[in-house]
Design a protein around this ligand. Structure first.
Ligand SMILES: *Cc1c(COP(=O)(O)O)cnc(C)c1O
Length: 369
């Protein structure tokens, strides 16, 4: 027996996460210099100039370990969010926090509940812990939110072994969202010993009246964990900073599980600066809203179905030709994201780009279709 065979079976059976194709890789392959990437829900405006501005100074002492407690970032977040510092757990991206939560609650004797089409990482961290993934079928075509989380179906999967529920609001890759009243009713139904993660990676992009203010619920639900990130609207995906807000008791647990220096010094400094740049966030939100409207219009005018989205991407149903359309887009220097690995082989997920990027997308797609 080889040493690889003696690794845990749940680890050997893990599928590696498949990221969007890097721009440089495609440009190298095609020998071109102007590829665009609309594949990873990154901010097409980049990041706040203020965040860039602090990197030089933050780089002066890379020989030093970062602040293991991320004191200043937590202080700023606490103030901005109206919570206490001891409720905030910093992660190396919010994926790291999802992993911390899973490792705090799951082992081979337990189960985690999440929805079909939910963010891939929930399944990965659940499996890595050896726990069972209980996956609720998503809402169907006739429902108010096709492909969205079916909270009744999720509640029905909760049993004695359930320790954790993952909810993405809005969800990636569907863009579907849950309204405050329905989510609140669900949270009330979940037994209080079961942890509920509400993953709000796209929180700052959402413009819906009925979108929940989950941080307000934390006082009432000690089992609630809200995760957010600097990777999306703040445009700092490359620096890996995310966080959760929860009860201080849960936060204390996560801080015991996490690696002491999981937030790096450049990331922490940039996140602090980005947090202060309300103008950049507002600009990004407005640009995204315009882009999303434009994309929805473009596809609607051509009779092409898409899943209505509250995020910074649109998941479009191209039909059985999706893989070919993906390839043809690549050949023309436009990277989008196949979502067959999510069980959506007829769809492609397209991140909202800048106006020029979208014009390029439309031109190229027009030729292909
Ligand atoms: C992008 C994304 C994340 C955030 O990932 P980071 O690790 O913070 O970069 C988390 N959840 C969902 C649903 C996402 O789409």
């Amino acid at each position: 027996m080889s040493v690889v065979d003696s690794a845990l079976v749940q680890i050997r059976q893990l599928h590696p996460y498949s990221p969007g194709k890097p721009v440089e890789e495609l440009e190298r392959e095609l020998g071109i210099g102007n590829a665009i990437k609309l594949a990873s829900n990154e901010n097409p405006l980049g990041c706040s100039p203020r965040a860039l501005g602090v990197l030089a100074e933050a780089s002066e002492h890379l020989e030093l370990y970062p602040d293991a407690n991320a004191y200043y970032l937590k202080q700023q977040l606490a103030q901005k969010l109206g919570v206490e510092q001891d409720q905030i757990t910093i992660g190396n991206g919010s994926n790291d926090v999802l992993d911390l939560v899973a490792r705090s609650f799951l082992d081979a004797s337990t189960e985690a509940v999440f929805s079909q089409y939910a963010f891939m990482v929930y399944g990965m961290v659940t499996q890595a812990c050896g726990a069972k993934a209980s996956i609720a079928p998503a809402l169907g075509p006739g429902s108010a939110s096709p492909y969205g989380h079916d909270l009744d179906a999720m509640a029905a999967l909760i049993n004695d072994k359930t320790r954790l529920v993952f909810i993405a609001n809005p969800n990636n890759p569907t863009g579907t969202w849950l309204q405050a009243d329905e989510l609140r009713r669900f949270v009330e139904r979940v037994p209080e010993h079961i942890a509920i993660v509400v993953d709000e990676a796209y929180f700052e992009y959402v413009e819906l009246q009925q979108y929940p203010d989950t941080l307000q619920w934390l006082g009432q639900f000690p089992n609630l964990i809200v995760t957010r990130t600097f990777s999306k609207i703040y445009g700092l995906a490359g620096l890996r900073v995310g966080y959760s807000v929860s009860s201080s008791e849960l936060c204390d647990l996560f801080n015991r599980v996490r690696q002491p220096f999981n937030g790096n010094s450049l990331g922490l400094a940039a996140a602090q600066a980005a947090l202060e740049d309300d103008d950049f966030v507002a600009q990004s939100r407005a640009s995204n809203a315009r882009g999303l409207r434009s994309m929805q219009q473009w596809f609607a005018q051509r009779g092409i179905d898409y899943i209505p989205s509250a995020g910074n991407f649109l998941t479009v149903r191209f039909g059985a030709n999706s893989p070919q359309i993906y390839q043809q887009l690549l050949q023309r220097g436009v990277i989008v994201r196949p979502v067959a690995n999510y069980g959506l082989p007829e769809h492609l997920r397209i991140s909202v780009g800048t106006e020029p990027q979208l014009q390029r997308l439309y031109l190229v797609l027009g030729e292909i279709l």
